[in-house]
Design a protein around this ligand. Structure first.
Ligand code: PEP
Ligand code: MG
Length: 324
């Protein structure tokens, strides 16, 4: 089986009727890069920059970051690499930057931290930009965006970093800047974000957690953590529709994109970039290549009439089984 999946690497992710989808990967370590290229990843939808930060005992400096980012960008060039700005807080704590709070997931995390510490943000963005010189495959993505002012502030800092680095003599193209949709508020303002950002990317791990008020790491409520909950599916539909109405690129980079059944629904909704862990890529590709867009659309229509995640899951399994 593993061998069969390997041979999929050079085949496009295309339905039986010729609808083409882009399968990208989520990375953090250099090890992910090799695995991703082996499996035919067409780009990186989420490079978690906090991973190299977590592996050190202090903040990596600008040169060190530039080196790390260059490796990622070079390995995938000319394919696009979406680098997320530092996303610490919540469940991700840097040992050398402790954050103690009663409600970390509702607290100081993601862009909230880096906008309060523009020096951290600027060094990181400068490093990303310098690393992208002559490759031009960088995309910058902002985590935990909750309001327009945060996007504007981040854009201002990115512009400043770009101008500085250009003045220092680097040859750069301005990277696309995207917003993660992972806070419910952003779903309801997806259209406004789509009008102001170059792309949207749904972080379904956090979006599920926040929509359902279920801690993504709490085993006691793990059964309630349902990415196929009808409310989550409606939110995902709303985002893709908002993006389409503003002609804005939209992707999804949460774990659910790597679940073959969920991937079928996401394709039917109109997501055309699914970013997942490299491990899941061949499985998702083989399922998407086995059905037509019409079959996926029918499944989505039927799923949208259901009222619980368990029913959704059962229906998906039934349809996928009947496909063989
Ligand atoms: C997400 O929230 O869905 C996501 C992709 O980011 P992370 O899992 O790193 O929070
Ligand atoms: Mg997240």
């Amino acid at each position: 089986l593993a061998k069969g999946l390997e041979s999929l690497r050079d085949q496009p992710c295309e339905t039986t009727c010729g609808h083409r989808l882009n399968l990208w990967v989520n990375t953090g370590l250099m090890a992910d890069v090799m695995r991703s290229l082996d499996r035919g990843a067409e780009g990186v939808g989420l490079y978690r920059t906090e991973v190299p930060f977590l592996l050190r005992d202090r903040f990596p400096g600008e040169e060190e970051q530039t080196r790390i980012y260059r490796q990622q960008l070079e390995a995938f060039a000319p394919r696009p690499v979406t680098m997320r700005t530092l996303d610490v807080g919540g469940d991700k704590a840097l040992p050398y930057f402790p954050i103690e709070e009663a409600n970390p997931f509702l607290g100081w995390r993601g862009l909230r931290v880096t906008l309060d510490h523009p020096e951290i943000f600027l060094v990181q963005v400068r490093a990303m930009l310098k690393a992208s010189e002559d490759l031009d495959n960088l995309r910058i993505m902002l985590p935990m965006v909750t309001n327009m002012a945060e996007l504007e502030a981040a854009n201002g800092l990115i512009m400043r970093a770009f101008n500085e680095v250009m003045e220092e003599g680097h040859r750069l193209v301005y990277p696309p800047v995207g917003v993660m949709i992972e806070v419910p508020a952003a779903v309801y303002q997806a259209r406004e974000f789509a009008a102001r950002a170059d792309f949207l990317s749904v972080g379904s791990n956090d979006l599920t957690q926040y929509l359902l008020a279920v801690d993504r790491n709490n085993a006691r409520v793990a059964d309630l953590y349902q990415s196929l909950h009808p409310a989550v599916l409606r939110a995902l539909m709303q985002v893709v529709e908002a993006a389409a109405s503003e002609d804005c690129d939209v992707s999804i980079c949460g774990e659910m994109a790597g679940d073959p059944g969920a991937a079928v629904l996401l394709m039917a909704m109109g997501y055309d970039i699914l970013s997942m862990s490299a491990t899941n890529l061949p499985k998702v590709k083989s399922v998407l290549r086995a059905l037509s867009r019409e079959q996926a659309d029918t499944l989505l229509q039927d799923v949208l009439a259901l009222t619980s995640a368990s029913e959704v899951e059962a229906l998906i399994n039934e349809r996928l089984t009947s496909l063989g």
